[in-house]
Design a protein around this ligand. Structure first.
Ligand SMILES: [Fe+2]
Length: 335
């Protein structure tokens, strides 16, 4: 079945936090900059072109919504006429634009936006020499000691869903998402094997898309059946920023009550270099870089994650290197 529209990108996430000052300080250490702050709302940006990448509302900790980008105003109109989405409103946030708001099967908010003016300037990246592939000649790579990690863009969300397959199907139908990897706790061909999660990506035709834009995980397996945020993820400029981010959060964690959930390591599915940190309320934020990019011809893989898919070591589908999967990952603490 053809989807109603095919989203072309993601733009920002919206979270609710009990204390905006605490979240602002965490996000600054995490690599963001304050764009706007009132008693009720905080907007934070990275160093890329998105005018803001995390919106924070004041209140009980909660995942509010994920914003997708429509390819055209006609697509925004199309989605706004469906039962699950609202009429189009004008956005008053930086960059302007228009939004239609909906809700998925678990009650998570879904925004579809169009016409947000992105910023022109981004921070400079210094080219990386890899082996004898020389991208940097007569130029030194220097980071100011103790500098903040640089975030390129809001990248994806992990959501614990009551029914992983039904949730994916909903996003497929409304926004055109494609399944990259379906994770089974056993033989994928056996209909009784539990489905643990689905990594899903945008359908951008032959233009490469991130391996995942939403990672649906089983709420029954992780968060006592409650649909909660699993994590929100931000793409860093490069590997140095994952490590400078780690150094920054390590240095601040005792004073500010941060908690490293899992990292630094290299994922299997998606292949990203990752580092997950919880803010003082327990909401997990990920730094990641160097992920796989697939166009819409790459087939869905059904994986048995209880065995090592690459056959290169003993650790099952968690990380290729780095620490083992934390046993609190994606628990109900994320809210
Ligand atoms: Fe992630």
């Amino acid at each position: 079945m053809d989807p109603i529209i095919k989203a072309s990108d993601v733009q920002y996430c919206t979270l609710q936090c009990p204390d905006l000052d605490v979240q602002e300080q965490f996000l600054i250490h995490f690599g963001m900059h304050t764009v706007e702050k009132t008693d009720e709302m905080l907007l934070m940006k990275g160093d890329g072109t998105q005018p803001f990448i995390e919106k924070v509302l004041k209140g009980e900790k909660k995942f509010i919504s994920l914003a997708f980008v429509a390819s055209s105003m006609e697509d925004l109109e199309k989605i706004s006429k469906t039962e699950s989405f609202s009429d189009i409103e004008e956005l008053s946030t930086p960059g302007g634009g228009y939004v239609s708001k909906g809700q998925d099967l678990d009650g998570f908010g879904v925004e579809v936006v169009y016409g947000i003016k992105n910023l022109e300037k981004t921070a400079e990246t210094i080219p990386t020499n890899e082996g004898r592939t020389v991208n940097r000649v007569n130029q030194m790579k220097r980071f100011l000691k103790g500098s903040y990690p640089r975030i390129l863009r809001f990248a994806h969300a992990g959501l614990n869903a009551i029914n992983v397959q039904d949730s994916f199907d909903w996003y497929q139908k409304h926004l055109g998402l494609i399944a990259s990897d379906r994770l089974f706790l056993g033989d994928p061909k056996d209909p009784n094997t539990p489905l643990q999660g689905i990594f899903s990506r945008l359908d951008k035709g032959l233009e490469p898309a991130d391996h995942h834009t939403i990672f649906f995980l089983s709420a029954a397996m992780l968060s006592e059946g409650k649909p909660v945020m699993n994590h929100v993820s931000f793409e860093m400029f490069n590997i140095d920023d994952v490590f400078t981010g780690n150094e920054m959060l390590e240095a601040k964690k005792d004073e500010f009550n941060y908690f490293q959930e899992w990292g630094i390591g290299r994922h299997y599915q998606g292949s990203q270099l990752f580092d997950y940190w919880r803010n003082p309320f327990g909401q997990t934020h990920e730094h990641q870089t160097d992920g796989d990019m697939f166009d819409n011809t790459f087939p869905t893989r059904d994986l048995n994650v209880t065995i090592d898919e690459a056959g290169l070591g003993e650790e099952p589908g968690e990380s290729q290197w780095g620490p083992a999967f934390s046993n609190t990952f994606g628990n109900a603490e994320n809210g």
